[in-house]
Design a binder for this molecule. Structure first.
Ligand code: SF4
Length: 656
């Protein structure tokens, strides 16, 4: 896939051309495509990460490709989401993740070691490297100059197999920082300010690259808060240069050899520029229920706060929790306010312990939780009904806290600590002096020994599969002709929730395609599964906007498992259409939408697949109706994927 496919636009061939940090990393990793915004580029991926909630499917997909070992420089499997191990499913998942990691050459981080992004930043992220992770906050590693992107499990599986990661070449936005954060303003307030300014859609199709004299005033943990929550802007990723501050961070982390300088060339150009004067910032909060609904803390002064949660991959660093300990020291939190603290990693916890900073937290009345996502993913710590919760997290969508009418405000750890003491938000002007910005201690304890390094040869490792872990069933190539009945006819605006409902009971089966497939269309037509099982195959007839909603891969995987060969609709939602292609289901559109009414449920369909060409209409025979024209909007590449039976089959062939 490499070498000969490299292709640069004529104006980018000149190696002396001034480049920004993003362009430098992309240029270094470009397998195909041109660095022109919007065009498709394929990037070589150096590192991958997964967390347990998405990891099991990513590894089942990697197994289905059939390679003996991952082909990345480094792949890490973290367990941080479902760490409570209630019932057999979570511990079974963890055992599968641990053994699959040993077999295929993946580093494993056991439950309780910490939150994936905090751990990756402390231990593995490197400047100039590409990282793809099956979690949307993977861009945290951009705090040390990694080009780190969140992706679906399938993309991570393919990256582990050495396949390039395909994205649209992003625009690069220069976030030009000047000045220095004053008083109580923090890294969190920088990204909250930017979210207020650009909104949750402001980063779509863009990389937010930080530059300017203000960069040197921000520590790596502060930078990582900003790149973490760049995900809320919808950005492809966010990135800081790698400079002397980065070098000091790597030295403190005990891995100075991982530092390389990486800065934009002096004359580098950007697609857009946003100016931020750090000196003008003040503590902010994102109000319920969107991360871009910005309010000044000063304007919330006196509002009752029922619960405070400090932690998450956004704000759980040593510096964050030291500031909290300093604010709480010698005081007692408001008796009507609950305070929960989840350190980002055991390294953070050990540093706090070594400095005697756990006592102030405990003595103030805080509840110290495990080093994991915890309340951020709704694993405990729900607020009271209609209660106000001040959280240092990155998302405050309605119901995410586990309390449907909970009112979640996203704030800095300093703002959160003060709210816990007073039981209410407090105007920072009345707070007195802010605690000193924490430097790392001279001796930073290592927790590297807690990661399970895979053996050099994993061929003897037996993978532990509990009853909830089922290997991905093999899928065949597209047959020369589809001969199948309309197994289901649905109306307009069918969502991925209609195709596969959400909910804890169903989501728990995500590593077991046969089991989760029992719920396909269960709330639309209770007989669908038994019917298509009897038929062995089928076509879905859809109305307008079929497959809208979430990016849930299982809404394509389940139907594929049950034998759905094609979806014929009036129109298809973009992401679901892509998922259909990835899993080998033909997405087709009716040329004449009026034909929808002519085709009855149960009608037998015949379609010569050899007659399908990219973007061309072709006839489909419907028993009792006659010929109906369908068309596709597939590229030649996508049609090849479907003919192979899906992306995994194609990757398997490429590796053979
Ligand atoms: Fe996701 Fe929250 Fe965990 Fe971060 S801490 S990875 S946002 S669940």
């Amino acid at each position: 896939m490499q070498g000969g496919l490299f292709s640069f636009p004529p104006d980018k061939k000149d190696s002396s051309m001034a480049l920004n940090v993003t362009q430098k990393i992309i240029k270094d990793h470009l397998v195909s495509g041109e660095m022109i915004p919007g065009g498709e580029i394929a990037l070589r991926i150096d590192q991958t990460l997964t967390q347990d909630a998405t990891g099991t499917m990513a590894y089942l997909q990697f197994e289905a490709i059939g390679l003996p070992r991952v082909r990345t420089e480094l792949s890490v499997s973290y367990v941080d989401h479902n760490t409570l191990q209630m019932g057999f499913r979570n511990p079974d998942d963890h055992a599968y993740l641990r053994t699959v990691a040993a077999k295929y050459g993946i580093t494993f981080s056991p439950a309780g070691t910490g939150i994936c992004h905090q751990l990756h930043l402390e231990n593995f992220a490197k400047p100039g490297k590409t990282l793809v992770g099956s979690d949307s906050h993977t861009p945290t590693a951009g705090g040390v100059g990694s080009m780190a992107m969140g992706a679906g499990g399938l993309s991570v599986a393919l990256a582990m197999a050495g396949e390039p990661y395909v994205i649209a070449m992003p625009k690069v936005v220069k976030i030009h920082l000047t000045g220095k954060l004053p008083g109580w303003a923090t890294g969190k307030d920088v990204i909250l300010h930017l979210l207020g300014k650009l909104t949750v859609k402001g980063g779509v199709g863009k990389v937010m690259e930080y530059a300017g004299p203000g960069v040197a005033t921000l520590s790596v943990p502060e930078r990582a808060v900003i790149t973490n929550m760049g995900a809320e802007l919808g950005a492809t990723t966010s990135i800081f240069p790698s400079d002397e501050v980065t070098k000091a961070f790597f030295t403190a982390m005990g891995r100075p050899e991982d530092y390389v300088p990486l800065t934009a060339d002096p004359d580098a150009t950007y697609d857009e520029v946003v100016e931020i004067d750090l000196s003008a910032l003040e503590p902010l909060a994102a109000a319920p229920h969107m991360p871009d609904r910005m309010v000044r803390i000063a304007d919330l002064d006196g509002m009752k706060v029922d619960q405070v949660c400090i932690g998450s991959c956004t704000n759980s660093s040593y510096a964050d929790l030291k500031a909290v300990a300093q604010i709480l020291a010698g005081k007692r939190i408001d008796p009507t306010t609950d305070l929960l603290i989840s350190p980002g990693s055991k390294q953070v916890l050990k540093m706090l312990a070594a400095e005697g900073l756990i006592d102030p937290l405990l003595d103030a009345g805080a509840r110290l939780l495990e080093c994991s996502c915890g309340p951020c993913i709704g694993m405990g710590g729900s607020p009271t009904s209609a209660g106000v919760s001040a959280r240092t997290f990155n998302r405050n969508f309605e119901g995410r806290s586990g309390t449907q009418d909970g009112q979640v405000y996203l704030v800095s750890p300093q703002t959160a600590a003060m709210a816990a003491l007073r039981g209410a938000f407090t105007d920072p002007a009345t707070w007195g002096e802010a605690p000193q910005k924490a430097e790392f201690p001279a001796e930073v304890p290592s927790i590297r020994h807690l990661f399970l390094t895979p053996p050099a040869d994993g061929s003897d490792v037996a993978i532990q599969r509990g009853p909830n872990i089922a290997p991905l069933p093999p899928f065949g190539a597209l047959p020369a002709a589809i001969e199948a009945p309309v197994a289901l006819k649905v109306g307009d605006d069918i969502t991925t929730d209609h195709i596969l409902p959400a909910g804890a009971q169903i989501t728990a089966l995500r590593s077991n395609i046969p089991a989760i497939s029992e719920y396909i269309f269960s709330r639309v037509d209770a007989d669908f599964v038994s019917r298509i099982k009897k038929l062995g195959k089928g076509v879905i007839l859809g109305g307008e906007n079929y497959g809208q909603g979430s990016s849930r891969e299982h809404a394509a995987l389940g139907p594929r498992y049950l034998g759905v060969a094609a979806v014929v609709a009036k129109s298809l939602a973009r992401i679901h259409r892509a998922n259909l292609v990835n899993f080998g289901i033909l997405p087709l559109l009716l040329v004449d939408k009026a034909d929808y009414d002519r085709i009855p449920a149960g009608a037998d369909i015949r379609l010569e697949t050899a007659a399908i060409a990219p973007g061309q209409p072709c006839p489909m025979t419907v028993a009792g109706v006659g010929e109906v024209m369908v068309i596709n909007d597939l590229t030649a590449k996508e049609l090849d994927i479907i003919k192979a039976g899906g992306l995994l089959n194609q990757a398997r062939r490429a590796q053979a």
